[in-house]
Unconditional design. Sequence first.
Length: 441
Amino acid sequence: MTKFQSLLYLLRLLKSPYLIGFYRGHTHLSDAQVNIIRDILSSHDIDARTHVLEKYEEGFRDLVGNGYCHSFASGRMAFFTLMQSLGIGKGDEVIIPGFTCSVVPNAIIRTGAIPVYSDIDPDTLGSDAAAIGRCITPRTKMIVAQHSFGIPCNIDEIADLARSKDIFLVEDSALALDSRIRGKSVGTWGDAAFFSTDHSKPLNTMIGGMLFTSHKDIFENLKRATGNIPDLSEGHQKNIYRRFNYERKNYIPSHYPRSIIRETLIDTLSKFIDKKPVFLESDYTAQASGTPGYPYPAKMPAFLAQLGLFELDRWTNEKRKRKALLREYISGSETVPDQIHIPDAYYEKEKEIVPLRYIFRSPQADSLRKKVGKYIDVKGMWFLDPVICCPEGPHALGYSAGNCVNAEEVCSDILNMPCVLPDGWDDRAVSVFHDILSGTK
């Protein structure tokens, strides 16, 4: 957006009675639960904090499958530490999709290795076995297979390829949790997997990540590599807690327009004053080393692990709710096949999709985004570029235009609809979506 367009957007928000965003606050938590989270934050009992972290890791493991879990302050830190534990470094190549966030190639560059971009499968919007095969060289040490928006990629084909070439396979499950192929969960097909639990991901702990593996030797090697990683500073953790309370109160559609205006003003003022760190955004750049303003890698804060436990407790109902919302979106899309292309993966019976977002494509993408933008926070839509969250541009992370043709075509006409909504807003989101498609809005 130009500065003028951004100003018009903010002025329009002043008149908006609501806006449905892609970030959901923890409005469902009781005051008693929030007090428990606050008490863990303020506690200096190391054994108690450790117990909460271990309990959270066990709960997450039970959701994914038989294996082992280790928590981190972010998914990218889990990925980075795994590469370090495997000895991946200078001159090695790691294959990733050209449909990713900058933090993934950043983590690779930090090890001294080289990110190699492979194209995606437009039917799953995730990694593609044939495209990966074309990228393999004698220097390939790892393949990263990404599951996008809750849609499992064709991971069985990629796993067969990795085994045949004796290459370590990692599943990037940052955007997918509990989705399955033939009953087998994402994250359990490769040698290891990393998950993200930041506030935009399937399970929201504000920040956080998890490394999962079913192999004891890989897990023990990883544990040795994490023996001395530090905590985030006490001040940083308190900032996250304040942000958690802010989002709990304000990240609901009726308050969201004012929240965006307020945060835009704060971002503008941050050019003149120091902005206190909350989210781990400093590693969006191409830096290969150095301190981003917080430890890298860092431990998962224990108070956020307790938040994760509360979220795991409600996962079964939340999963059912998201799948029902997805069905409603697809049903509406099917009424206008000339306007919308629905990815084939949504119709594959062997895939159980727990959606993070409903993804579709349209030749009228720009027009639809404008219409949807009156009711949905379109600025939060993902993958309008092959490498997102990259202030220096994708080229700074080794991506060149034309590297991934399918991905670039998808980026040109992709749209998202949120599937993680506060109670009471699912019907409104579906109604808006249907009305826009039918031309009544």
